[in-house]
Design a protein around this ligand. Structure first.
Ligand SMILES: [Zn+2]
Length: 176
């Protein structure tokens, strides 16, 4: 059953579907050149049982700890390329489905504020900063990290570049 909160999101579903197509082979699975096998991300066990296929990915269950995870998974290299090349896709989706995102982000912020009312907030993968805008209105000191430079610029200002392991991250001091 579809979650009601996702109703009317045709714009993003169409875009996501179209963007995802290039990763699929003729059988509808993600192409192996983008993928790598992995052990359970929680307990590192190699043994798993097959669960289901969704959007070209294979979901398995760890035989040791029951963690459900994607295996094979996209290589870091593939993910970085994907997110860097998305350009302003995510911001277009958010703009077109503003009402949906306000609902989702308000729910998320309310959940956080049950435990902490104010302070510093870091959004990892902040896209164009809509969640941070909302948090800022609620008097949070907001920060964001975004791989996609175009979106990071929308999310705003004082952009620093930081090398961390294999990723080049864009840290935004969110000032709006
Ligand atoms: Zn496990």
């Amino acid at each position: 059953m579809k979650n009601k909160i996702h109703e009317g999101r045709k714009f993003s579903y169409d875009i996501i579907e179209a963007t995802h197509k290039k990763y699929l082979n003729k059988k509808g699975f993600n192409k192996s050149k983008y993928l790598e096998k992995r052990n359970c991300p929680i307990c590192k066990n190699k043994k798993y049982r097959y669960l289901f296929k969704k959007r070209g990915g294979i979901y398995v269950c760890c035989k040791n700890c029951n963690m459900v995870y994607l295996n094979p998974v996209f290589k870091n290299k593939s993910l970085i390329l994907h997110y860097k090349n998305l350009c302003d896709l995510q911001s277009a989706i958010i703009k077109n489905e503003n009402r949906f995102y306000i609902k989702i982000y308000t729910k998320g912020l309310n959940a956080i504020e049950k435990y902490k009312k104010r302070g510093s907030l870091l959004d990892v993968g902040c896209s164009s900063g809509y969640f941070l805008d909302l948090a800022k209105k609620n008097k949070w000191n907001t920060f964001g990290i975004e791989l996609n430079k175009k979106e990071a610029k929308i999310s705003k200002k004082n952009i620093l570049f930081m090398k961390k392991n294999y990723m080049k991250l864009t840290i935004t001091r969110h000032t709006m």
